[in-house]
Write a protein that binds this ligand. Structure first.
Ligand code: ADP
Length: 446
């Protein structure tokens, strides 16, 4: 087992990883930027090293600083969390070259699955259905027009390096394509330093359903069932749940098998998520693979009674997956509590938390790094807490979520709590009748 794990991340996920390390009795090293000095991951890790100023490119994304922190403290493994360097193949490779275990897949797997256009080709080859679209990158507007005419409008232009719903444009007819190509390309370039776009048929009102998998170095790949992440605003997830209220057991089984097939085809090691869009006829299509732990992983943990981070660490240490999935129990829903003002177009609301009270009680889990008087810096994403509830069934989980959100008090900043409370009152949501267009249809968010 590892002697010491460095966590190359911040916020709730850094703390989440530290918690599991403590339970495994593995010492931890936190790294932090100057504005995160007072953050809980710094307080709870055994050691902490400052790696630079607030700007991510000079701290959490600065590979040389992170490796120096590992060298100084004698860490022999690095957990990247999500975001930042988690899907950076070069980082995985540099860690390996420096004799430090990257807790995640090999550089080769990240390269093959991290590039979205390339990943689709990989999946297609093993027979997993993919959204019809371009074969790889679309070179220019002319090629875009040609492919769109073949697959039929509407189409979607998507950033090959994409994430967080950035660099994505729906195109309804040919005369819109030139402008969309330029704006999506520019957005992709500024967000990911890579303007490459690919094209997909736009699936109208799909469900976003993803399968959690875990692979070990013995060639085993397990799947832990699905998460329904259809409650999204601007293609970004806000609420996730498991099981999906939409799909049938038959489709669930087929999606699980497809996910395992895809992961095995790249000898996948560690935690990963295979994302699918599911249309109203329950046809499912692969869209991308996330080669890391995801924000919404606790939903899966709650229904399967497993610790995915623990298994990531075990697998990275060359051991077998310990928590082999069995039949899931009950229903779990995660609410992303963001420091954003839902009444002002979800504008970020950084600042000081003047008062904080977390809900508790049976079946309520809070993953968060904030506390009373914590100052939310404006430099990073706005996720300040995740509330995950578990119930014996979906109706029970919804009732529990309502009472828990009523107990949740944050003063001094705006949050998405009131927005979640409104969603929980919505009849369609309560019935489980929603797809990715739900927020746009039922809520004025602009
Ligand atoms: P990102 O990596 O930026 O999150 P994804 O490829 O995972 O991008 O897509 C994010 C969301 O965008 C999906 O959950 C879905 O709501 C929407 N989306 C993506 N591709 C399509 C498509 N071809 N048709 C319809 N909606 C799509």
């Amino acid at each position: 087992m590892f002697k010491k794990i460095l966590i190359a991340n911040r916020g709730e996920i850094a703390l989440r990883i530290i918690r599991t390390c403590k339970e495994l009795e593995i010492p931890t090293v936190a790294v932090y930027s100057e504005v995160d000095r007072e953050s809980l991951h710094v307080v709870f890790a055994d050691e902490a090293v400052c790696i630079g100023p607030a700007l991510s490119s000079q701290s959490y994304l600065k590979i040389s600083n992170i490796l120096s922190a590992a060298a100084i403290t004698g860490a022999d493994a690095i957990h990247p969390g999500y975001g930042f360097l988690a899907e950076n193949a070069d980082f995985s490779e540099i860690c390996a070259d420096s004799g430090i275990k990257f807790i995640g897949p090999s550089a080769d797997s990240i390269r093959r699955m991290g590039d979205k256009a390339f990943a689709k080709e990989t999946m297609k080859k093993v027979g997993v259905p993919v959204v019809p679209g371009s074969e790889g990158i679309v070179k220019d507007v002319d090629e875009a027009k040609k492919i769109a005419a073949e697959i039929g409008y509407p189409v979607m232009l998507k950033a090959s390096a994409g994430g967080g719903g950035k660099g994505m444009r729906i195109v309804w007819k040919e005369d819109e394509i030139e402008k969309a190509f330029q704006t999506a390309g520019n957005e992709a370039n500024s967000a990911f330093s890579n303007p490459d776009l690919y094209m997909e048929k736009y699936i109208e009102n799909p469900h976003h359903i993803e399968i959690q998998i875990m692979g070990d170095t013995f060639g085993n790949v397990y799947q832990y069932g699905e998460r329904d992440c259809s409650i999204q605003r601007r293609h970004q997830k806000l609420i996730e749940e498991s099981p999906s209220p939409f799909i049938t057991d038959e489709v669930r089984k087929k999606m699980g098998e497809a996910a395992i097939l895809g992961a095995k085809s790249v000898n996948y090691e560690g935690a990963g998520t295979i994302e699918f869009l599911v249309d109203k006829h329950m046809n499912f299509y692969f869209i991308e693979m996330n080669t890391r732990i995801q924000v919404e992983h606790p939903v899966t943990e709650m229904v399967n009674h497993v610790d995915l981070i623990k298994n990531q660490i075990l697998v990275a240490a060359g051991k077998r997956v310990e928590d082999i999935p069995e039949k899931p129990h009950g229903h779990a829903i995660e609410f992303r509590i963001n420091a954003e003002d839902p009444d002002a177009n979800f504008r970020p609301s950084p600042g000081t938390i003047e008062y904080l009270h977390f809900p508790g009680g049976f079946g309520v889990r809070i993953d968060s790094h904030v506390y009373t008087e914590y100052v939310i810096p404006p430099n990073y994403d706005s996720l300040i807490a995740k509330m995950i509830v578990w119930g014996t069934d979906r109706a029970h989980a919804i009732k529990r979520a309502k009472r828990a959100l009523d107990e949740f008090k944050i003063e001094g900043i705006k949050t998405t709590i009131p927005f979640h409370q409104k969603v929980l009152m919505n009849k369609k949501f309560i019935k489980g009748e929603f797809d990715t267009s739900f927020i746009d249809h039922h809520f004025k968010t602009n």
